[in-house]
Design a protein around this ligand. Sequence first.
Ligand SMILES: [Zn+2]
Length: 97
Amino acid sequence: MFASLELPNVRPVCPACGSRFRQTRAGKTLYGDQRYQCQDCKRYYSMHNRRYRYPEDVRRKAVNLREAGCSLRQIAQQLAVNHQTVSNWVKMGGVGR
Ligand SMILES: [Zn+2]
């Protein structure tokens, strides 16, 4: 019964095993988000799913490759990112800079 009184974002839930218990803070991610470790499955995760997970220079490289005439799939392969992601970057970004 006390479980229903908990605020939903106060306690982190492990995305891997779904455990809500024994979630400990484990420093920060590269992007400054709070990182947690699940003591049940020992995985690390962070609570925030930021839209832009990739560093700026990877994005720039993608845009450059696109301007050089590579296909989205080629770029995606080369940079090891999803081709949809590359497509978004190209749309947001490159032309005119
Ligand atoms: Zn877990």
